[in-house]
Design a protein around this ligand. Structure first.
Ligand code: GN1
Ligand code: MG
Length: 359
């Protein structure tokens, strides 16, 4: 590990290295500086079985972070180095390092004295809405062909269903009997959930630059509990705004975590839903009517999409997401499906909240 760190052009001598238990895809570490108070670093081993084009991925991140930095400077923001991720290049000026075993590594300057949440209050949800809204505004003028699709069809529901049906057909891990009822529930909703793709093909729903992983824990807050920086930029690419809106609601406007074993309280939290929507719509002023009309749908869609993705991985024998127990993906699927059902029950209320927040 120290040999890997030595490949990066860090400014300081390196101290302790701490593995972090975050994310389901990459492996992450904090690299402390030897002298307390000096700059520390955030090191990641990128999962190249999932991200096949590491060069394109890293270039995307550089374009996006440079763009945001320029916007922050233009707006006269102080401390902008804490408000956007900053890549540390390798000693030979590259954006990543490939080790002798074929592993891919990247490094950022660590943004100190920050924290993230798995569960938040309405007050913080309002600030988070402003923050993710602002993020979309800052990226609105990047041309779409400047960025590659790091994971093609990432939030395309038609594509996700195709993959899922393949997993059901193959039934590699022999888990279909147990899961069949949930497969049926998924199929019942398939047509409805592919509606955004049809609207896109008909030229009615636009794509904009999205974060595509707006989980609540991808937003760092500072000592005063103000949002400071949006992290995890692996999937920044064109998508529907309903999808970023929905992914936040899936993780934050849920009374329970995405994999909670106790399903008795899983369900939509309307207070958080309202607060985030208010903050988001305050900042994002470029939405068309059809995008606004579909925001609440986005919350259902992302819970559905994760049910499909988690269950697909379970049927495939857990090859995609990191798991902590043999049934982890099953548990995640159940929890996401329960959230979806609760969102379905509250759908009219959610739509009304969006309309009220537009006034
Ligand atoms: C993955 O690794 P992490 O936690 O940032 C996944 C997201 C899912 C999420 C589910 C590249 O994100 O799409 O929403 O798990 N990222 C990728 O919690 O597949
Ligand atoms: Mg992610």
């Amino acid at each position: 590990m120290r040999n890997i760190i030595a490949q990066f052009a860090t400014r300081n001598e390196i101290g302790d290295i701490r593995p972090l238990k975050i994310g389901h895809i990459n492996d992450s570490f904090i690299v402390e500086s030897k002298i307390k108070g000096d700059e520390s670093y955030f090191l990641q081993k990128i999962n190249h079985h999932i991200f096949k084009n590491i060069e394109g991925l890293q270039k995307n991140i550089q374009i996006v972070t440079d763009h945001i930095r320029a916007k922050l400077i233009e707006a006269g923001e102080l401390n902008n180095e804490r408000k956007v991720l900053q890549l540390v290049k390798t000693n030979d000026g590259k954006l990543f390092y490939k080790d002798i075993d074929g592993g891919f590594w990247r490094m950022y300057v660590n943004i100190e004295n920050t924290h993230s949440y798995e569960k938040i209050t309405p007050e913080l949800a309002f600030k988070a809405g402003e923050s993710f809204g602002n993020f979309q505004c800052m990226l609105a003028d990047i041309s779409h062909n400047e960025l590659i699709e790091t994971l093609p069809n990432f939030h395309n529901m038609e594509f996700r269903l195709e993959q899922f049906r393949e997993a059901v057909r193959a039934n590699i891990a022999s888990r279909l009997t147990k899961s069949q009822w949930l497969v049926d529930e998924i199929e019942k909703r398939a047509d409805e959930m592919c509606q955004p793709e049809r609207l896109f093909r008909d030229g009615l729903l636009p794509k904009r630059i999205n974060h595509c992983d707006t989980k609540i824990n991808n937003l760092l807050f500072d000592e005063n509990d103000d949002p400071i920086c949006i992290v995890d930029l692996d999937t920044v690419m064109p998508g529907f705004v309903l999808s970023d809106f929905g992914d936040f609601m899936r993780t934050a406007a849920n009374n329970r975590a995405e994999d909670d074993i106790d399903l008795s309280k899983t369900g939509v939290n309307l207070e958080i839903f309202e607060a985030y929507t208010r903050g988001y719509l305050k900042k994002v002023t470029f939405l068309s009517q059809i995008e606004i009309d579909n925001l609440a749908f986005g919350a259902k869609l992302l819970s559905y999409m994760q049910t499909v993705r988690f269950l697909g991985d379970y049927l495939n024998g857990d090859t995609y997401y990191k798991i902590q127990s043999p049934d982890h993906n099953w548990q995640r699927s159940l929890s996401q499906f329960l959230l979806l059902q609760s969102q379905e029950e509250n759908y009219e209320i959610m739509k009304q909240i969006v309309l009220d927040c537009c006034k």
